[in-house]
Design a protein around this ligand. Structure first.
Ligand code: ATP
Ligand code: MG
Length: 388
């Protein structure tokens, strides 16, 4: 029996006129995820994508890669039997006879209406065979083994385990976004949640080297590398931030430092967004998590840019964010204790109710063009590909 990977997609199947655009993107992303396998054989059949599972493929590796492709609801490793009841019985028996189970069920689905038995009848016949030959019990609710049978086009698939994925939309079907990524836990999770909605992410990091260690930069690169496994091609801008911070130290009231840092970050982000044709920013803010994340401070910070700022974590608890970071694969990296730019010169009592008038008054005679142009001219660009 030949084996296939059956890939089911959910939400994208609902997209009406855009359906083929979404499907093509999903197929392109599956190919990129499985690029190490070389040329793969695949086919679209009745709202599924099937990939031929060659003998030499490493299933564990494929599993790990496909779980990172957004748009997939679930996938399974399936054996292709034949659309003949006797053959189906024979093949199913061959597959289950060495399995350990007490109670089981058969879940059949028929999309090829030329097959003479209805789904329910297929399940009953195959179930009866297993009961008779193996003395096992059918239990539709509490079972140890579920035998799936899909009769689709000219295939007859048998499988036992569905591998659930995170759903969402294929990366690339939504517009590009620019994510402000720190070395912390939150912003990589925010980026990943927007990838899940089909956005491809460009990253910008503000770095205070040499006052922060080189390791901090490496950590951000490593984080983007992990996030690139969901996206296959990414770009990271590393902007030197120390000189800007030093100017702020001289010119701004101490308790407002972080607010001014953030406003400068947003101004630089806007310039990079323009260059990249990006219309919105992403941050990892969560309401009330730290002093700079009160509603008043969020307003005072956001005022520095006309671009919309998407904050997918705004209503998340820290524990929920940590759990997601673990699932995504960024937690261990983020948890490394290297200080970033925001741990420098942090005031003892940061303002929680920033006064916008005071901010605008303070910034009145800053020479932004000079400060920003200088930072941009020293910005480093790093590209990531799935091949490397
Ligand atoms: P994170 O865990 O993402 O660092 P945080 O809880 O530490 O977030 P803040 O330090 O207030 O929160 O930062 C809020 C957001 O500002 C971050 O989620 C990130 O999007 C952005 N940000 C902060 N520092 C940097 C930086 N050095 N470079 C780029 N973006 C940053
Ligand atoms: Mg942080």
């Amino acid at each position: 029996m030949e084996r296939y990977i059956i890939i089911h997609y959910g939400e994208i199947a609902l997209k009406g006129g855009n359906r083929s655009f979404f499907e093509n993107k999903l197929i392109a992303n599956i190919k990129l995820a499985l690029i190490d396998l070389g040329e793969i054989w695949f086919k679209q059949v009745s709202g599924r994508i099937i990939v031929l599972m060659e003998e030499n493929y490493d299933w564990e590796l494929i599993k790990a890669k496909l779980q990172k492709v957004f748009g997939i609801e679930y996938f399974a490793l399936a054996w292709n039997s034949s659309q003949d009841l006797k053959e189906l019985e024979k093949d199913l028996y061959a597959l289950v006879k060495s399995k350990k189970f007490i109670k089981f069920r058969v879940t059949a689905r028929r999309t090829n209406k030329n097959f003479p038995l209805k789904s329910q009848e297929i399940a009953e016949k195959l179930g009866a065979m297993v009961v008779k030959k193996m003395k096992k019990k059918v239990d539709l609710e509490n079972f140890d083994l579920n035998c799936y049978v899909d009769i689709v086009e000219n295939f007859a698939f048998l499988y036992f385990e569905k591998i659930e994925c995170r759903g969402g939309l294929p990366v690339g079907v939504s517009d590009k976004l620019l994510c402000l990524i720190s070395g912390g836990i939150d912003s990589p999770v925010a980026a990943n949640l927007m990838q899940k909605r089909g956005a491809s992410i460009v990253y910008i990091h503000f770095d205070s080297y040499p006052s922060t260690p080189k390791e901090n930069q490496e950590k951000v690169k490593d984080l983007v590398k992990v996030l690139n496994e969901y996206q296959f091609k990414s770009r990271l801008y590393i902007v030197p931030f120390l000189e800007i911070q030093k100017e702020i130290l001289q010119k701004a009231p101490e308790d407002y430092r972080v607010v001014f840092y953030r406003r400068m970050m947003l101004r630089i982000a806007k310039m990079i967004a323009q260059k990249e044709n990006i219309l919105a920013l992403v941050t990892g803010e969560s309401l009330g998590q730290v002093a700079s994340q009160t509603v008043e401070n969020i307003r005072a910070i956001s005022e520095a840019t006309p671009l919309p700022i998407l904050r997918p974590l705004i209503g998340f608890n820290k524990e929920e964010i940590v759990n997601l970071a673990r699932e995504i694969g960024t937690f261990e990296l983020s948890a490394q204790p290297f200080g970033d730019c925001c741990s420098l010169y942090v005031p003892k009592h940061p303002v929680t109710r920033a006064d916008l008038n005071l901010i605008l008054d303070t910034e009145k005679d800053w020479d932004f063009d000079r400060i920003l142009e200088k930072a941009i001219s020293k910005t480093e660009i790093i590209n990531f590909n799935s091949e490397i």
